[in-house]
Ligand binder design. Structure first.
Ligand code: PMV
Length: 321
């Protein structure tokens, strides 16, 4: 039985950076995100007695050893739940460049979890799927539920999962992504999380998290776009300050990242309201009210170093197709 799943990438408004349990991928803090309509992974999985080993294809290529190992480990987890030892054929496609901070591991592991568990005959709840996806890549747990999601940090594997705060049509906002770098990053987020604690600012960041999470949830509830934007922008800079001050230091930004940031602030001062956020990569996510998205795109494409611009609406979570 072949199962195919489509899962969105998600953008974190309150970010996950640093783990309290490395193996279980339990984060230090709750995080808040939105699923993205135009950046996603589609994955097909089939378990078969005709296969001698797992056969993987990602974006038409056989993955390198490290990537393959991570996928096989995830398949092993699903096999153990389904009590099968059949090998799998996995074919996965991203409609965007992977490994550039556009959350390909989030959409990738969400799609793999849903397709593989379905193909193995498991009938899991959204919460169970979110927990399993988290074990593949932390932020993947937020790509299962619909729309705007909160990942509860929890204190065990069973209590660390994401759920939907609001459906996609709750709020008419967009994430206009300015793609300034398409090369794969040198330090993966999995490696980066381990470094977080070495920043002198990490403890301060974590101690302010519960308040920040409550404040953004309040702004989301009240649809207070200005407050919402101020919090998510401050949060992005806060996380990158920790990255840049860890040992060794992690610079995910490119010069074009800063050009984009400064332009957004300037346009805002002139009356075009939007706020930026950045995950583990150089690309800038511009959060705005939907009515301003085309105008922001027109301006972004003219900036030095901006290669492509993608307008995203809030999206549903992972689905079997
Ligand atoms: O799930 P990971 O290990 O790819 O980490 C994601 C880290 C950030 O994208 C920077 C933040 C987040 O919460 O998505």
């Amino acid at each position: 039985m072949i199962k195919t799943a489509k899962a969105p990438a998600n953008i974190a408004f309150i970010k996950y950076w640093g783990k309290k349990d490395e193996k279980l991928r339990l984060p230090m803090n709750n995080s808040i995100s939105m699923n993205l309509s135009e950046v996603y992974t589609t994955t097909s999985v089939e378990f078969s007695k005709n296969l001698k080993s797992d056969t993987l294809k990602i974006d038409g290529k056989f993955p390198e050893d490290k990537e393959k190992e991570r996928v096989v480990k995830h398949l092993n987890l699903i096999r153990s739940l389904a009590k099968t030892d059949l090998k799998a054929r996995v074919e996965s496609r991203n409609n965007f460049p992977k490994g550039t901070g556009l959350a390909s591991s989030a959409s990738g592991f969400a799609a793999l979890t849903l397709a593989a568990s379905g193909a193995a005959g498991l009938n899991l709840s959204e919460k169970e799927l979110s927990i399993i996806a988290r074990l593949g890549s932390g932020s993947a747990c937020r790509s299962l539920p619909d729309g705007f999601a909160e990942w509860k940090a929890g204190d065990s594997s069973e209590t660390s999962y994401a759920y939907s705060l609001y459906p996609p049509n709750y709020w008419d906002i967009c994430d206009v992504i300015a793609i300034v770098g398409e090369a794969s990053k040198k330090v993966s987020s999995t490696e980066g999380h381990v470094l977080a604690e070495s920043s002198p600012f990490f403890r301060a960041r974590i101690s302010g998290m519960p308040k920040k999470v409550n404040e953004i949830k309040k702004a989301l509830k009240e649809k207070d776009f200005t407050r919402f934007g101020e919090i998510l922008e401050e949060e992005a800079v806060n996380m990158h300050a920790v990255m840049m001050t860890s040992k060794p230091a992690l610079y995910y930004w490119l010069p074009e990242t800063l050009i984009t940031i400064i332009s957004i602030i300037k346009w805002r001062d002139e009356g075009l309201e939007s706020y930026f956020t950045i995950d583990a990569g150089p690309n800038v996510h511009v959060i705005c009210q939907a009515k301003y998205a085309p105008r922001i795109k027109r301006r972004l494409v003219k900036l030095n170093g901006v290669k492509r611009v993608v307008i995203n609406k809030p999206s549903t979570g992972a689905r079997l197709i």
